[in-house]
Design a binder for this molecule. Structure first.
Ligand code: NA7
Length: 498
């Protein structure tokens, strides 16, 4: 195992910014492969904080003695397939090369930060931090003049956490986010409830739409629900909190009216939370369907703007012109800061794969994917034999509980490798026809929804020059599992095994 970070943890190793927390519930966002582990581990909160998740991952690494097989602080730069030897040569940034029959790229969906280059950035004399690579020793922000650029999940969490401690906080917002309250709290009672039936609970998650429980069986269609029922359901989902709000009705992602009903409900809540109507209006998302960009889960984010030390800059009205020695020039004003925090997101889904120079039988992965990723099931791509991806593009990945999706892919790949070994074969690659069909299926299912209507990182729209194409499989975790299981059972239908 080759790992760029200095320790295990991935996302939870790098993203240590104040307030960092998972927005999938901890009883769901945890490994299911060991029944003893899931019985022994006790989460403290409904949504686990970054330090608690990192402790858990470290515990797992120690418990199964994984560290002895991991080379830390080592980044893969290039991979070449040798067709005669039927092996990959993997080159790392320490100058070494290793060869392997099979390579599994477990490189993450949100692991390559997007770092916009604002003019004059190097001139800024204060401290500058990225949420995606937060200093391990922490940062003392007490009493300082702080700017945050970006209002996605990372920005929202950072802003909410630091507002009470900083001297002043200026939030630079390009697009307002829809956010649902987390209603975080202690989890002991819920754990006692879930643990006795954990295996069945996990199986339900694997067959669900998002890879975690959302009471889907009880969900109806907006179009068939009377107005009073709509309100009741939205109130109920809102008071439950969390991402399941987006599954209030079955047609939220398909029917513009259903979507607008949810969006308007959230807008109304924002208006009720923010005292100043002008600020409330700026914080209100209007230009894209709800859930078409990643929903945020918040813990008092909007209320932060009622504080005297917090102000909002709408970049639509006052675009960032440049950074200066003192701060940021946006619109006509230069604002001075001690600290600037950038929460500007990631080159999602394909970024970590295309950052490596991967060359297969027919050339470079970057060339093959120039017009968007092409995969079969998000697991492999034709022309790159024996290279597996964990939660690759065109799998549910970022539209799901990542733990459920990661475990599913790990199991699928493991079973495939066992099958190859047992049948005396050593090479696996998708048929181009099966791959083309899957790419079309993923695109078609995506196009059935309202999701491609937002300029989101699901479509690559946040990265200048990146081809815009809807990348995740939106058909649901359970449906995807049934397809993946079926393909395997049918002797790896659509794959060539030699
Ligand atoms: P996101 O969700 O991509 O958010 C990034 C934010 O930064 C978003 O508000 C962007 O505005 C903003 N942004 C990006 N580039 C710029 C520039 N150049 N100028 C101003 N503002 C900019 O990333 P997060 O880290 O918050 O969340 C990633 C995922 O982690 C999250 O969805 C969960 O799955 C966990 P935009 O909306 O593009 O206009």
């Amino acid at each position: 195992m080759l790992e760029a970070g200095g320790d295990v943890g991935g996302t939870w190793y790098w993203n240590r910014y104040p307030g960092a927390r998972c927005d999938v519930e901890s009883i769901e966002y945890s490994y299911s492969f060991d029944r003893t582990l899931e019985q022994e581990w006790n989460w403290t909160e409904r949504y686990a904080s970054q330090p608690e998740i990192l402790d858990y991952i470290r515990h797992v690494a120690d418990r199964y003695d994984l560290r002895r097989d991991i080379t830390f602080g080592t980044r893969v730069e290039a991979m070449r397939w040798d067709d005669a030897a039927e092996r990959w040569t993997v080159r790392t940034d320490d100058g070494r090369s290793r060869t392997a029959r099979f390579v599994i790229a477990a490189t993450g969906c949100l692991s390559v930060p997007s770092r916009p280059a604002f003019a004059g950035m190097a001139d800024f004399a204060g401290e500058l931090y990225w949420t995606s690579n937060w200093p391990h020793d922490g940062v003392d922000l007490t009493g300082k003049r702080v700017a945050v650029v970006g209002t996605g999940s990372s920005g929202l969490q950072t802003i909410t956490a630091i507002a009470p401690d900083v001297g002043s906080l200026t939030v630079f917002q390009r697009t307002p986010s829809y956010a649902v309250p987390a209603h975080n709290g202690p989890i002991a009672a819920r754990l006692d409830e879930v643990k006795p039936g954990y295996p069945e609970f996990r199986e339900e998650s694997r067959l669900s739409r998002l890879g975690f429980h959302c009471g889907e069986d009880e969900t109806g269609y907006y179009a068939e629900t009377p107005a009073a029922g709509v309100r009741r359901e939205l109130d109920r989902r809102w008071s439950d909190g969390g991402l399941c709000f987006t599954l209030s009705f079955r047609d939220v992602l398909f029917d513009a009216d259903a979507n607008e009903a949810l969006a308007e409900y959230v807008r109304e809540r924002i208006r009720a939370k923010v005292n100043d109507p002008g600020t409330a209006e700026k914080l209100t998302p209007r230009t894209y369907p709800i859930a078409a960009k990643r929903m945020c889960v918040d813990t008092g984010y909007f209320e932060v703007f009622n504080r005297d030390n917090v102000s909002l800059v709408d970049l639509g009205e006052e675009p960032i012109e440049r950074f200066t020695e003192r701060g940021i020039v946006a619109g006509d004003a230069e604002r001075a800061f001690d600290v600037i925090i950038l929460a500007t997101g990631f080159d999602a889904m394909t970024g970590a794969l295309t950052a490596m120079d991967i060359r297969g039988t027919g050339g470079a992965l970057t060339e093959k994917w120039a017009a968007g990723p092409r995969t079969y099931l998000g697991l492999m791509t034709a022309g790159f034999p024996n290279l597996f991806m964990i939660t690759g593009p065109q799998s549910p990945s970022v539209l799901s509980n990542m733990m459920t999706s990661i475990e599913y892919h790990v199991d699928w790949v493991t079973t495939a490798l066992e099958h190859l070994r047992a049948s005396g074969r050593h090479r696996m690659e998708p048929d181009i026809e099966a791959e083309d069909n899957w790419v079309n299926t993923t695109n078609d299912v995506g196009e059935l929804t309202l999701m491609p209507r937002a300029a989101s990182w699901y479509t690559g729209a946040n990265i200048p020059g990146k081809q815009r194409v809807f990348m995740p499989f939106v058909g649901g975790v359970g449906t995807y599992k049934q397809i993946g299981d079926g393909v395997a059972v049918a002797g790896y239908h659509g794959f060539e095994l030699t």
